[in-house]
Design a protein around this ligand. Structure first.
Ligand code: NDP
Ligand code: MG
Length: 382
């Protein structure tokens, strides 16, 4: 039985690599649905090359172009946000890969879970925003959420055969991004182009800026809290510039397990799509002699204040991680538009967190409001 896959965000960095992974495993994996928002040209090319049964585009203005390009193919087309929320629950799907970026991943992920679909989770913002609700829903539905994020995939793999009760702590590794060796004074003047140059990974724009500001690691800490049922004190970040050790679990007996390999997102994507099986791959193998030095450093939370702000939001809990995420999305967008400097991003986020009222237990219907209000507030600080 082949596992039938839907890719939410097929035209992005994770989505495109997932298509390659599925193509490499025709016996085990079958592409059913691809979903994107704006990039209709690439979506058309993907449909022509990979022959999914369903193609969905979010942006209604792009539908005519999609329809006229694909009208000779046996593919059903849908358009609009509501179609996305519906198709993820379609009976023809076993697993949904959530590879959209930001808050937009929340509702489709909820719909997929409600319909009982397995989740390969790349969209970390979903767990940052609504981790408590999502993990509760997954438990109700007896669904495993398999992480795609390389650090969380590493921890997931280290925990096979272990009990989460035996975790003393985890170490999330971080490359340190392009500004690891820069002084804090020089950071205000960095350009968008410099921030978009990640040393080890090629990714979408938003996560690349998050990596440069280390917000990515902060979001990942919150993601890890929910995935592995951890207290904030059990989560540590260690800088490891070579990105070869993808993360580490330390157990209550003092023993540690790490998962490693070359930095290539196809590996964790494939692990999640193939789970519980390991699938063969021709992905480049690691050579120790190419990496004679694996090094580690302390994370600098004074230089990268986003990291400290994320841990603070995680400790406070309630709606604060959702506020943090919304403010960060606004700040990153403003930085990419050249409206604010690099160090203004944590300022915007901190002010938004300070000015937001605390809600201890938001429900699903609250999150859209919190996200909307936090964005409005964050914009007032630009
Ligand atoms: P990209 O920006 O490269 O791609 C985003 C994808 O989502 C595109 O296909 C885009 O479509 C689609 N999309 C965005 N908004 C919507 C929407 N409202 N409705 C439907 N589709 C939408 O992002 P990445 O692939 O880099 O990242 C995706 C997620 O995975 C993020 O949450 C990121 O944090 C996480 N992640 C990424 C890693 C990486 O290596 N890239 C590593 C670990 C995690 P279109 O282009 O057509 O508008
Ligand atoms: Mg990661």
């Amino acid at each position: 039985m082949r596992k039938k896959i839907a890719i939410l965000g097929s035209t992005g960095s994770i989505g495109s690599q997932a298509l390659q992974v599925i193509e490499m495993h025709p016996e085990e994996l079958e592409l059913q649905v691809i979903i994107a928002n704006n990039n209709v040209d690439l979506l058309i090319r993907q449909a022509q090359k990979y022959h999914p049964r369903y193609v969905v585009i979010g942006n209604e203005k792009k539908y005519d172009q999609l329809a006229s390009a694909l009208n000779q193919l046996p593919i059903d087309l849908y358009v609009g946000k509501e179609s996305i929320n519906q198709i993820v629950g379609h009976e023809a799907i076993d697993m949904v890969l959530t590879a959209v970026v930001g808050f937009s991943g929340l509702i489709p992920t909820v719909r997929a879970l409600e319909a009982g679909k397995d989740i390969a989770l790349a969209n970390k913002e979903t767990l940052v925003v609504a981790g408590e609700y999502i993990t509760w829903l997954a438990e109700q539905k007896k669904i495993k959420i398999i992480p795609v994020d390389s650090e969380h995939s590493a921890i997931y793999q280290c925990l096979v055969g272990e009990s989460t009760d035996w975790i003393e702590k985890i170490y999330l590794t971080a490359s340190g991004g392009p500004f690891r060796e820069r002084t804090i004074e020089s950071l205000q003047k960095v350009t968008m182009k410099e921030a978009l140059k990640h040393p080890n990974w090629t990714m979408g724009e938003k996560i690349t800026i998050d990596s440069a500001s280390m917000m990515n690691k902060g979001l990942e800490a919150i993601e890890a809290k929910w995935l592995f049922d951890l207290e904030p004190e059990q989560i540590d970040v260690i800088i490891h510039p070579q990105s070869v050790i993808h993360s580490i679990v330390q157990f209550i007996d003092g023993s540690m397990k790490a998962q490693m390999g070359i930095p290539d997102m196809k590996m964790p994507i494939q692990y999640a799509l193939g789970y519980p099986a390991r699938l063969k791959s021709t992905i480049q193998r690691f050579n120790f002699l190419d990496y004679p030095d694996l090094t580690f450093e302390k994370a600098d939370t004074k230089k990268f204040r986003n990291l400290a702000l994320s841990f603070e939001a995680m400790r406070t809990g309630g709606n604060m991680p959702c506020v943090l995420n919304a403010a960060n999305e606004v700040a990153v967008e403003a930085f990419l538009e050249g409206k604010i400097g690099f160090l203004d991003m944590p300022d915007v986020i901190e002010k938004t967190l300070q000015k937001s009222s605390f809600i201890e237990k938001p429900g699903l219907e609250d999150y859209e409001n919190i996200d909307f209000e936090s964005r409005r507030l964050a914009r007032s600080f630009l």
